[in-house]
Each structure stands twice: as structure tokens, then as C-alpha cells.
Design a protein around this ligand. Structure first.
Ligand code: MG
Length: 241
């Protein structure tokens, strides 16, 4: 299926592409299955119904916010601070048991194509791992740079607020029409759309297309291979003036 409809091409034609802003979890790393399994197990331990789809829909939400939502919905009350801390610690323990996440299938080819096209590559993530750049640089030598990353330490408000993507534009000295975003999660798409940046959603998990399109994704791909195949045309339309 060609996802680049006339409407999508028209939007791309309004861009002056200089950079591609990549989300990390579920885009660079196939980490969402691990998060989802860990959340389900942690909630089961507390007698809270939760499934992996619920976890995917909330990707990027803080752990405490996720716990509060489920307590309000199922127990009719807020979780106490102790409950939040206990459940989140349990979730983190189960997440670690899952081991390191794989690199997302097809992302290496996407990153190399974007680099070779002369566009700047940014990472925009809610993650706050201190060793993040070292990990990225060892897996993808020469692709990323610390000055082209926005992490939890750079922003006051995380996704779905537009601040993380606006911060990436600021760091790079770009306007919104000089970048596109690559996202996999509803809250991330909401953030990028609110920052008025053309947003490519890649449904790398178990969400329904509508979960991403309804948040403002400009185009949706089923996986990184499909996105990679469309990239020459996307960049061509985004550069051609
Ligand atoms: Mg993500």
C-alpha cells in the first residue's frame, strides 16, 4: 500500500527538511514488549486487571500516573504513595528481568538512509538513563551526538506536552517545518503534533492504527521496513522546493 497519499505529499511539499527527530522506546529499541509484560505482572500482583494493550496505549506516561489511573478506574480511589512506590518498584524489577531490549528491526537502515541524505538525527525521549548516549553510540557508531538528544533532564514537561519536541527544534535551531518526527506511541504523536511538526507514526507494537491517527499522525506505517521503503519519497518531497 502506498501511504503517501496526495494529501500527505502536499504536506511534505510544504517542508524544508533538515532534521529527523526520533523517539527512542518503540522506535530505536523494541522495548515496549518488556515494559508491557512488566506492567501486567506488577498489576496482577496487586489484583488490578491490566493487559498489554493498556500498557501500549499509555507508553510515555509516568509510572505513578499509570498506577493512579488504574486505581481510580478499578478501586474507585487513588493509590497511596506507598502503593505507587511499591507497584512501580515491582514493575521495574520485572522489567529488568526481561533483559536488554533488542534494536528495532529495520531502524538501522532507516537511520543510515537519513544520515546519508544529509539530514540531522535527533533523539527525543522521556528516558533519563545516564548511560543512554554511550549505549546508542556503541550500537550505532557515529549516528547520534549528545548535543542532538533531548532526554528527561532537558524538559519540565514530558510528552504529551509539546515541550520535548520544541526543545529539539530549539537545540537544533530549526523551525517546525524543517523537521519530521518518528513516533510509535499515542502520547508521543500528541506531543509532536502539538509542536506542529509533521509526524510519522510507525506502529511497531500492538496498537490499532486509529490509536495513532486520532492523535494527529500525518502518515502511518506498519513497521520500520515499510517506513524505510517510503523514505526516499518522503525526503524528496520534503526537500524539493
Ligand atoms: Mg515510543
Amino acid at each position: 500500500m502506498n501511504r503517501l497519499t496526495a494529501q500527505v505529499k502536499e504536506k511534505l511539499s510544504g517542508l524544508k527538511l533538515k532534521a529527523v527527530l526520533f523517539d527512542m522506546d518503540g522506535v530505536i529499541f523494541d522495548s515496549m514488549p518488556h515494559h508491557a509484560v512488566a506492567w501486567v505482572k506488577a498489576f496482577v500482583d496487586e489484583g488490578v486487571d491490566f493487559n498489554e494493550y493498556e500498557a501500549y496505549k499509555r507508553e510515555g506516561m509516568t509510572g505513578f500516573a499509570t498506577i493512579q489511573e488504574m486505581f481510580l478506574a478499578q478501586k474507585g480511589r487513588e493509590a497511596t504513595k506507598e502503593e505507587c512506590e511499591r507497584i512501580y518498584a515491582t514493575k521495574c524489577k520485572y522489567f529488568e528481568q526481561e533483559g536488554p531490549a533488542d534494536v528495532m528491526a529495520g531502524i538501522r537502515e532507516v537511520l543510515e538512509f537519513v544520515r546519508d541524505a544529509g539530514l540531522q538525527i535527533f533523539i527525543v525521549t522521556g528516558s533519563g538513563q545516564h548511560s543512554l548516549f554511550e549505549k546508542l553510540d556503541s550500537l550505532f557508531p557515529g549516528i547520534f551526538a549528545p548535543e542532538r538528544m533531548v532526554t528527561a533532564y532537558d524538559v519540565k514537561k514530558g510528552k504529551p506536552d509539546p515541550e520535548p519536541y520544541l526543545m529539539a527544534l530549539k537545540k537544533g535551531g530549526f523551525s517546525a517545518d524543517e523537521a519530521i518526527v518518528v513516533e510509535n506511541a499515542p502520547l508521543g504523536v500528541t506531543s509532536a503534533h502539538a509542536a506542529k511538526i509533521f509526524t510519522v507514526a510507525v506502529n511497531t507494537g500492538i496498537l490499532l492504527p486509529e490509536d495513532l491517527l486520532s492523535k494527529g499522525a500525518d502518515v502511518l506505517f506498519d513497521d520500520m521496513h515499510e517506513f524505510r521503503n517510503a523514505l526516499p519519497e518522503i525526503i524528496n518531497f520534503g526537500l524539493k522546493k
